[in-house]
Design a protein around this ligand. Structure first.
Ligand code: PEP
Length: 252
């Protein structure tokens, strides 16, 4: 990565923080932002409950927020869901789509991932498409095939607006929340392959590739120095001020 290139640090707070904890962390991150604002591009994905006040607090210092998940319909009888349009109207700029916890814990299909991609593009949310293989798939030498299927299903036939951006997070399922990160050189190989596939599926779209899976202050540098890894999506270590600022400082 060239010295002038901005590093993307995306924080997925998952369901780790309650309302008060989310606001406390958002205000603390905002207070520290002058130390890193010019060097990195941070996006925070709070819980839906905390989204609005967190987005306000971070927005005041130029940090943008995103949805962890969206529903593809704008409105309707979908108990417990929040639409892409609702998030957009509440100030979201980004949305995660197809996070492995959605796919594997909540049974989200490749078809639903595609519908969510369509909904995000329609309302103008920047999608962060998450792809990655399970441990079993990797052992069976299926990692590339699985990721290719996920990419094709998500991206084939989408209508992109001019100057559109697409973030893709390579997140091997076995590395998420386990403390066992993917070897950075192996992640780089997968990220390069993903970028090439995505370029063919989403022509004239700016594609930015991230790595996610047990990133911490100790390994961040190894990931962002890879030429085709433009940043990281972080779960556990993004939900605590000290571990998050360690990542931010080391990335800077
Ligand atoms: C994630 O949930 O996207 C993630 C990468 O989690 P963790 O950093 O905790 O592995």
């Amino acid at each position: 990565m060239s010295a002038s290139k901005k590093v993307y640090l995306f924080a997925n707070w998952k369901m780790y923080l309650d309302y008060d904890e989310s606001n406390i962390l958002a205000n603390a991150v905002a207070a520290a932002s002058s130390d890193f604002a010019t060097k990195i591009k941070m996006v925070v994905f709070p819980s839906s409950l905390s989204f609005y006040p967190v987005a306000q607090a971070l927005g005041d210092v130029g940090i943008v927020s995103g949805a962890q998940n969206i529903h593809f319909e704008d409105k309707g009888g979908f108990t417990g869901e929040n639409s892409a349009l609702m998030y957009k109207n509440a100030g979201a700029k980004f949305t995660l789509i197809g996070h492995s916890e959605r796919r594997h814990l909540f049974g989200e299909t490749n078809h639903e991932v595609h519908q969510k991609m369509e909904a995000a593009l329609l309302v103008g949310l920047v999608p962060v498409l998450c792809v990655g293989e399970t441990a079993k798939e990797r052992k069976g030498d299926k990692a590339k095939d699985v990721v290719e299927v996920q990419l094709r299903a998500a991206l084939d036939g989408l209508k992109w607006k001019p100057k559109a951006k697409l973030f893709i997070a390579y997140e091997p399922v076995w590395a998420i929340g386990t403390g066992k990160n993917c070897d950075p050189v192996e992640a780089e190989k997968m990220c390069l392959m993903i970028e090439n596939m995505a370029k063919a599926l989403a022509k004239d779209v700016e594609i930015i590739i991230l790595y996610g899976g047990s990133v911490n202050g100790g390994n961040i540098k190894e990931f962002i120095k890879q030429p085709n890894i433009n940043g990281v999506l972080v779960g556990g270590a993004s939900a605590k001020l000290d571990t998050w600022l360690q990542i931010v400082q080391n990335a800077c």
